[in-house]
Every structure is written in C-alpha cells, then in structure tokens.
Design a protein around this ligand. Structure first.
Ligand SMILES: Nc1ncnc2c1ncn2[C@@H]1O[C@H](COP(=O)(O)OP(=O)(O)OP(=O)(O)O)[C@@H](O)[C@H]1O
Length: 510
C-alpha cells in the first residue's frame, strides 16, 4: 500500500493461549497521520494484538518495529516511554480524583522537588486540550462528569505522557450519537496534528466514516488490508465473518396478546435528591418487542434496575402477569419468569472467575436437575453448558475455561444463551449487542425476534437507533425519567426519534 516508512510495523506476531492461537503470524503497518481500523469478529484476536503492542502480553513469535527500529515492549510503562498510548474501553480513572489529578497521576510536576506543581500541570493540560479540541473541566471530579468527558480525560492522559501512537479499543461502544460525532472530530484533529491511530471497532459505518485504512482479521489471521475508499460495509462484513451478512432483520409482523408487564407511575429520586424516574409508565404485551429509545442517562439504567430487582423505587407499580412484583429481589423476579441480559456484563452478567459451565447455571444451580438431594449434579451441569455453547456458538476452548478469558462478544453470547434458555415470560435485553460483531448481532437479534414469535414479551433497551428501528415492534422514548413518545417504527424516522430524545417533541397514542 503506502510506500512511506511506517511508524509501527508488526511482523509475524504469533500469540498462543491454552487451546487457541489468538494471533497467527499477524503483520500490520501503521503510517504517520493515519487512522487504521482493525476489524474482526468476536474473538478474532484484535485485543490480544493491541495488548502486545501496549506491552501487556509478550508475543510467542514475531517482532515490533517503531520507526524502523526493532523494540521490545515488555510492559505498559515501556510502551508509554516509546510514545504508545491506549484508550481502553473500560476507563481506568480514579473516581474521587479531579480531571487534572487523573491526567497527571504518576507524572506530577514537582516544585522545589516537593509539592505538586498544579499550575504547570494545568497550563500543560490547557495547551493540549486547546491544540486537539478536547474540552474538559479540569477541576471536576471524574464521578461528576459524562462518559464522553471521561473518555477525553483518557485521551489527554495519553497525550500528557507524550503518546504519538494512540490505540482506541471500541471507543464508541459507550458513547451517545452526539458524543460519537465529537470523538470523530477529535480523532481527525489528532491525525492532522501528526498522531497515528489504531482503531478497534465493530461498527462498519464508523470505519467508513473515519478510517483511512482497514485491516480485517479472522481467527487470528490477517485476511486483508484495504484503503477504506476502496471498500464498502457489505464487503467488509463478508470478509470479516466469511459469509454474507444481512443488515436488516427479516421478521413477520408482531401478533401481540395480553399485557405481560405493566409499569405504572414509577418514581425514584437518586442520592442527590434528583428525580431519575419521573412517573414512568409502559406496557409490554406477549408476542411484542417494545423498544426503549433515549439518550443515556434519561432513566434507562434505573428502569432496568427497578424491573430486575437491583434497585428499589420510591413509588409506583410493576405488574408481571397480574402479580405485583415491585421492589422484590432479583431471585424472586427471576422465579416469576423474568430474564435479564444486563447492560454491564462484567458487573451483573457473569462471574468472571467462574468457568463457563458455572456461569451457565448462575441463577438455576439450586434447582433440579443441577442440584439433586442437596448435591450438585455435575453431569447435568456439563450437559447443559455443552448444549448451550454449541447452540449459541460461544467460542471457548472448553466449558471449563474461565469467563474472564473469553472475548467480550463471546461473554455476551454466553449470557444470552443462559437467559433465553430460562424460557422467560419477559425478556429484558439491555444493550444486548454492544461490542458484538455484525455476524453476532444478526444472531442475537434473530434470537430476540424468535422469543417474540414464541409469544414472549421483550423489552429492548438500546442506544442504537438502528437496532431499535430494526428490531422493535413498538418504540417508547425516554426523556428525563418518563415516556415522552410511543410510536410504531414504520410510522417514524430517526429525525423524529432524535427530536423526542432531546425532549423537543412529544408523540404517542398507541
Ligand atoms: N488471557 C487469556 N487467556 C486465555 N485466552 C485468551 C486470553 N485473552 C484472549 N484469549 C482468547 O484469545 C482469542 C482472541 O481474543 P481477543 O480478546 O483478542 O479477541 P477480540 O478480537 O478482541 O474479540 P472481541 O471483539 O470479542 O473483543 C479468544 O479466543 C480469547 O478467548
């Protein structure tokens, strides 16, 4: 491709884990001023490769060159010293500290060798944020700022340490559409100022919008490296998963029955006394997928927590099949026929240090056939895990592998397998395809529709408008803790939804 000398060259990188070759002789060149997207299905080996470049793992074979010189990167400090910075998907910020304190952590300029020189630090941060268009409030505590601003702090942290090469690991997975646009502008500014970026993302539209080059990896091997202008989303999807992917789910019209879930006038104030649920009411019928659209922070998390027993609300009513279940605990909720694909898979979905087979019976272990006469029935547990892993295509070396060592997408598939297999009355799916590759998204959405076709009620909460429009049968829009719109996907569009999501219009009546 480009004949200029690369700033980073990975040569024949191979990394093996027990039972798997995560990277199989991968070669990749990153040029100065380039945004190079790294695309591949869940478990393809993208994070492993970047962890090697950032010094978290050592390759079994192969070498790394920076500006033509071979280097050994045996820990992240070495990577930082060499000008490599990583913006992780899960931020690594200290919540009670301020923005400035987080940025300078471990690199504090000292006055007279004693006191931290905040003045110098603040001036340097201001210069960096002006230069790259990274707006932050230096004195705010991390716990008080938006996710988008937290990410800008992470970016500033790498720049403060002198990074010229930035690795972004699925940076848009946690952002709102508005924040995504801001990030894209920032990334362009960074490369214009001479930085180089490797971007890991599953979102083909983002790759088309922002990257210059794209490398596709599948099962640990490079399939192709292309100029972004020479390709398109369909071709990329096909190269990535090895088959044609349809971006539009094929589904029959819904045939809704009785209301399974009735939520009435839910009210909740948070610790600061601010109303986060403001008289929220909605209904989900059997055989129906109700999509909940909205900008993050408008009551979605609190609604999910209230419906799954993770948080108590102040007043209102939650009826499941005619039974009042408000403020019951998660196990009681699950007993009443509720399944939950949680938005935070690490916190509420899996016990990372448990094996896949243990995770598959997390909520049912005390029941037959998994417990018999007070003892765990190992054979039944093994059979269950093997069946689910096969049925849901969870890529894992074995069912005894710890959940922690599965790729993000495969962790999500494991949760979905467990929750759907419980045969629920109501399935609550919160951001169910976050971090998944296009092939896996298609699979998960098909599973959700198939639950509906079996007469289940499904509540789908997603920040992805495409997903809501594509999968839901009816859409409610949340704004400031209540429903401000109730529309049918075929009678609305992104613009109308966007306006409702910003509180500008109210629609409804279905
Ligand atoms: N520390 C580890 N121990 C054992 N296996 C691992 C470890 N880290 C990764 N793997 C395995 O290596 C393979 C590649 O995983 P990796 O996380 O690099 O994939 P990925 O392309 O980043 O996936 P995703 O898009 O789902 O995040 C997977 O099969 C994963 O289970």
């Amino acid at each position: 491709m480009d004949s200029a000398n690369p700033v980073v060259e990975l040569k024949g990188i191979t990394k093996r884990f027990p039972g798997i070759i995560a990277n199989d002789s991968i070669s990749l060149k990153l040029h100065k001023g380039e945004i190079h997207a790294l695309l591949g299905e869940n478990g393809a080996g993208k994070s492993t490769l970047m962890n090697i470049l950032f010094g978290l793992y050592q390759p079994d074979e192969g070498s790394i060159e920076l500006n033509g010189e071979q280097v050994i990167i045996d820990n992240p400090n070495k990577a930082i010293e060499l000008g490599i910075g990583m913006v992780h998907q899960h931020f690594k910020l200290v919540q009670p500290f301020t923005v400035t304190e987080n940025i300078i952590l471990g690199m504090e300029p000292k006055k007279y060798g004693l006191h931290v020189d905040y003045k110098t630090a603040t001036a340097k941060i201001k210069d960096l944020s002006d230069q790259y268009g990274l707006k932050v409030n230096p004195n705010a505590k991390i716990s008080e700022i938006s996710v988008g601003m937290q990410q800008r702090v992470e970016i500033l942290k790498t720049l403060y340490r002198g990074a010229d090469i930035l690795i972004f690991d699925e940076p848009t997975a946690v952002l709102t559409p508005q924040e995504i646009t801001e990030l894209m502008t920032i990334m362009r500014r960074l490369v214009e100022e001479g930085k180089s970026i490797i971007l890991i993302t599953h979102k083909l539209k983002e790759i088309m919008r922002i990257s210059d080059t794209v490398t596709i990896i599948r099962r640990g091997k490079v399939i192709d490296t292309l100029k972004t202008t020479d390709t398109n989303p369909n071709a990329l999807a096909e190269k990535m998963v090895g088959r044609n992917v349809s971006f539009k789910i094929d589904k029959k019209p819904a045939n809704p029955g009785e209301a399974i879930l009735k939520v009435r006038d839910l009210k909740l104030k948070n610790k600061e006394g601010i109303s986060v649920l403001n008289g929220l009411s909605l209904e989900v019928r059997s055989g129906e997928i109700l999509g909940v659209a909205g900008v993050d922070g408008n009551g979605q998390s609190e609604l999910i927590e209230a419906l799954t027993g993770l948080r108590k609300v102040d007043s209102g009513s939650v009826m499941l099949k005619g039974l009042e279940i408000m403020n019951q605990n998660p196990r009681q909720m699950s007993e009443h026929g509720l399944s939950h694909i949680p938005e935070d898979r690490h916190k509420h979905g899996l016990v990372l240090d448990f094996s896949i087979s243990e995770n598959m019976i997390l909520e049912t272990y005390y029941k037959a056939p998994f417990t018999k006469g007070g003892f765990l029935n190992q054979q039944a547990i093994t059979e269950q895990a093997e069946r689910l892993v096969k049925q849901f295509d969870v890529r894992t070396p074995s069912i005894d592998t710890k959940a922690r060592s599965l790729s993000g997408g495969n962790q999500q598939k494991a949760i979905i397998a467990r929750e759907i297999d419980k045969n629920p009355e109501l399935l609550i799916a919160a951001q169910p395809t976050r971090g998944l590759d296009v092939g896996a998204i298609e699979f998960v959405q098909e599973q959700i529709v198939s639950q509906r076709d079996q007469g289940k009620a499904v509540l789908l909460i997603s920040f992805e408008l495409d997903e809501i429009m594509n999968v839901a049968d009816r859409i409610v829009v949340l704004y400031e803790g209540r429903v401000v719109g109730d529309v049918l996907p075929e009678e609305t569009n992104d613009q109308e939804l966007g306006l409702m999501m910003s509180g500008s219009t109210v629609a409804g009546g279905h």
